[in-house]
Design a protein around this ligand. Structure first.
Ligand code: DX5
Ligand code: ZN
Length: 224
């Protein structure tokens, strides 16, 4: 299982240190949530922060862009150090072109769908193989904030997505994002999730020994 801790719930004033903790705990990826205040209500981080993160970690930088006009920012995020860029089907006028741009920049491409978007919406893009992606990100909460409750309907969607993926000549990895916690992680893996994003379940601790608690949280998922 690939764990992709989401830094959205980390302490941004101690970001470098908190990234090190999850890296030392054995996480393979780091999930970076980019929000523009338009596609989703919040504004989070952009290229300058990603660039600084790139300098201090060898983790695979799994960049999730929740922005309109994704095509305008691909090159900048790739140059800043993204290893993969996942954009939203709902935000792209021409998803094939965005995928092509991501690949042109030498990194992996992912596509994400919101809870209200059916898996079938991905069919034309994926099955016709016009623009293959390496990753599909299934949102199990409404994108925009960390710490929300997992939407139970996501289990069924994951099953649907898995059956779609195996029809592809080169099945993409499936990652689940939103409300992933100790109670639902095993079931998600059983249903075929290859990677799990966990924000508040890793960084959202009130424990006095924050570093130890974060390491333990990451360790829980990695031990599954
Ligand atoms: C939400 C983001 C998620 C978020 C997950 O829009 O895409 O990556 O950080 O946070 P948790 O794990 O707390 O739901
Ligand atoms: Zn995310």
């Amino acid at each position: 299982m690939i764990l992709s801790p989401s830094i959205l719930s980390a302490d941004f004033a101690a970001l470098g240190r908190e990234i090190k903790i999850v890296e030392d705990a054995g996480a393979q990826w780091l999930h970076v949530d980019v929000m523009d205040g338009v596609f989703v209500p919040q504004i989070t981080i952009g290229e300058p922060v990603l660039k600084s993160i790139r300098k201090i970690t060898g983790l695979f930088l799994d960049v999730h862009i929740m922005i309109t006009h994704p095509e305008r920012h691909i090159e900048a995020f790739a140059k800043a150090g993204a290893d993969s860029i996942t954009f939203h089907l709902e935000a792209a006028e021409d998803p094939e072109e965005v995928i092509r741009l991501i690949h042109e920049n030498g990194i992996k491409a992912g596509i994400s769908i919101k809870p209200g978007t059916p898996v079938e919406a991905l069919k034309p893009l994926l099955l016709e193989q016009k623009a293959p992606v390496e990753l599909i990100l299934l949102m199990s909460v409404e994108p925009g904030f960390g710490g929300q409750k997992f939407m139970e309907g996501s289990f069924e969607k994951l099953k649907g997505l898995k059956s779609l993926a195996i029809e592809m000549p080169k099945p993409p990895l499936i990652e689940v994002d939103g409300g992933v916690n100790r109670d639902n992680a095993s079931r998600l893996m059983e249903l075929g999730a290859d990677a799990l994003v966990a924000g508040s379940a890793v960084f959202g601790t009130k424990d006095a020994d924050r570093e130890k608690a974060i390491a333990e949280n990451a360790g829980f998922f990695l031990g599954l």
